[in-house]
Design a protein around this ligand. Structure first.
Ligand code: COA
Length: 375
């Protein structure tokens, strides 16, 4: 921001960090223990035996106050509905002539906003929410393949969400281990307490606006580098550092210049964010791909160095790796281009945003804080 102002004194703006703004059944972020619970299951449990579709279903049920585990048949049914939603979203975007508009956007998050803003209204919430999840995957993939023959890349409604998304982006069938790694990623980022984009969605929901509007607002909030926009820059950083020997000087220089180290630090976690641990485990499933293992080794060295230097610079704070750090390594390893890292975050988070929208509509009232006038 380059705008100059006559009055240079900074105004006090609440960070809302100690304010509880809602009760929720959707997720719990325990910043002191480094633990995340999504719709009743800890991240460890989810990563072990769940899928993105199951987690999205759990969130949708929890928003309605249903906390019991879903039956396997309910999960299968939801998986099929999500597959159909991708196909319906494709037809809808094609009918509206939206694909060419998407491809003209230079930023894929803007493309995602365009696509989601076309969500048909007038359906019941669950149908719109499922369609939004399908549309996020279809639209992100379409943005990424501007020259591809779209006819060859129609969604496969029988496939799992991660598998189909990877195929739509890459134009070839992914390996099962890549699919599992992406399932883990999408599930791990499906919800995360009252983060900035979720709060945005809830504020919009509280005005009784529609789900599409809430999702467009949330996508806009996620786009920022202090929220979901960091993983691309994390990879840029790893490229610039190149080898573990350079990490110390590179980081010291950036900190001296007052820059932030992307992928480090979190408003809530006082210890390491649990999601990077889940991603590292998923990465290990990808076997001994030399490029991935090289990246992982470099990432760990950079993380160690950044953590050490940030601890020296900010002894009162605990600035450790956050979700974005290993997101970069994981999404690169499964063959997604870095421009799609933040949209892929949105593909996963659509489940949480939609559930928060519903929870707010069912339980909340207009969110309307106040400011102190000092003009
Ligand atoms: N690198 C360098 N310094 C950092 C830092 C980082 N990653 N994270 C925080 N700091 C510093 C700030 O510059 C600030 O220093 P100052 O007091 O000298 O101005 C101090 O720590 C407190 O920062 P603050 O902005 O109050 O912390 P926050 O709670 O708002 O920060 C983040 C949370 C995530 C926004 C912040 O850690 C950050 O910008 N991280 C990098 C971007 C990122 O990874 N985003 C993805 C988040 S999931």
């Amino acid at each position: 921001m380059n705008e100059s102002t006559e009055e240079t004194t900074r105004l006090t703006v609440s960070k809302l960090e100690d304010e509880i703004v809602a009760e929720t059944r959707l997720s719990k972020v325990d910043g002191e223990a480094g633990r995340l619970v999504i719709a009743g299951k800890s991240l460890d449990e989810l990563a072990e035996d769940s899928t993105y579709a199951e987690t999205a279903l759990r969130l949708a049920r929890a928003a309605r106050g249903i906390l019991a585990d879903p039956e396997a048949s309910d999960v299968d049914d939801f998986r099929r509905r999500l597959g159909r939603a991708r196909s319906d979203a494709f037809e809808h975007l094609e009918d509206q002539g939206t694909f060419s508009v998407l491809r003209r956007q230079t930023d894929p998050m803007d493309a995602l906003k365009v696509a989601i803003s076309t969500l048909p209204g007038g359906q019941e919430h669950e149908a719109t929410a499922t369609m939004a999840m399908g549309m996020a995957a279809v639209a992100s993939a379409a943005w990424c393949r501007p020259d591809a023959e779209l006819d060859a890349l129609r969604p496969d409604s029988q496939a799992g969400h991660a598998a189909d998304y990877l195929r739509l982006v890459r134009g070839e069938e992914p390996e099962p281990a890549e699919v599992d790694a992406l399932e883990t990623y999408l599930m791990s980022v499906s919800d995360h307490g009252m983060n900035a984009s979720t709060f945005t969605a809830r504020v919009i929901a509280s005005t009784e606006s529609d789900l599409g509007s809430a999702l467009v607002g949330a996508i806009g909030a996620l786009k920022g580098p202090l929220h979901g926009g960091a993983p691309g820059p994390v990879l840029d950083m790893l490229d610039a550092i190149g080898s573990a020997d350079n990490a110390r000087d590179w980081i010291a220089e950036r900190l001296q210049q007052g820059e932030r180290i992307m992928g480090m630090g979190h408003r809530v976690y006082q210890v390491r964010d649990p999601r990077p641990t889940a991603f590292e485990a998923a990465l290990s499933l990808l076997g001994e791909q030399p490029r991935t293992q090289g990246r992982l080794t470099l990432a760990r060295a950079v993380e160690r160095e950044a953590e050490e230097q940030l601890a020296d610079a900010y002894p009162d704070r605990s600035l450790q790796a956050n979700v974005e750090f290993y997101t970069a390594v994981l999404l690169e390893a499964v063959g997604l281009p870095r421009e799609l890292f933040t949209p892929t975050f949105a593909v996963g988070r659509c489940a949480g945003w939609s559930a928060h929208y519903l929870e707010q509509r069912l339980n909340g009232r207009l969110i309307r804080p106040r400011a102190t006038y000092v003009g």
